[in-house]
Design a protein around this ligand. Sequence first.
Ligand SMILES: Nc1ncnc2c1ncn2[C@@H]1O[C@H](COP(=O)(O)OP(=O)(O)OP(=O)(O)O)[C@@H](O)[C@H]1O
Length: 258
Amino acid sequence: MSAQYALELKALRKNFGKTEIIRGVDLAVKAGERIAVIGPNGAGKSTLFNLISGRLTPTSGEVLLNGQRIDGKKPYEINRLGLSRSFQITNIFPKLSVFENLRCGVLWSLGYKYTFLRFLSNLDDANARTEELIKQIGLERKRDVHAVNLTYAEQRALEIGVTIAGGAGVILLDEPTAGMSKTETSHFISLIKHVTVGKTLLTVEHDMGVVFGLADKIAVVVYGEVIAFDTPAAVRANARVQEAYLGSSVADAQGAGH
Ligand SMILES: Nc1ncnc2c1ncn2[C@@H]1O[C@H](COP(=O)(O)OP(=O)(O)OP(=O)(O)O)[C@@H](O)[C@H]1O
């Protein structure tokens, strides 16, 4: 890949009415980096994800995926260009099995959206890729179970599977461990690391244990600006971050043994 960065935000701004919510964000993420986006409630993290994934159009500024402008494009176009996003609310099909949910994701990426009924039975490549995904997310024993009958943590695993099914190189996850127990969370961090090897990952996260367990770098968003973008150790030591946001959260995470 010739582009220097997998994802780049340049002077990105977003207003809602007269209120400026994203206030000039610059961020450059190298291919293969895992980034946690943190910040107080209402800082603009979800808005930033919406701008990157095409759900919102920036008021000004640029978003580049592998060097190509994607701001202004539709979410499915951005998806086709190699960026895939999962949401806080699961968007899997409850009445389809694990296998069927994943195969939908694979087929979509292969471009069979409108004709796939005709091809289902003999799509050996899609089926093989689907079986591989099931193993990756550890749901072999739930292969034929309807999504609605999975546990919450299994549904989240399936959702990660659907998110990566299309082979996107850049993955956005919105609070992937929200609502999980501590044991489920630590298992899930390993799963995310495992399935995103070689990919670029951005995750919005409130749980500092997850942040420090997962991220190569942390972007701290406060009041619509990125006030720090650095390694976990450097962010932890950053006085401005401590003051604006992180002090007590880091102390909590460290106290919890992270
Ligand atoms: N569509 C919208 N119209 C108007 N204001 C909005 C809209 N979406 C978000 N906002 C406002 O923008 C600000 C940033 O919201 P956003 O959801 O991006 O924050 P966040 O950092 O993701 O917060 P949280 O951690 O609570 O999820 C908030 O003040 C919110 O009320």
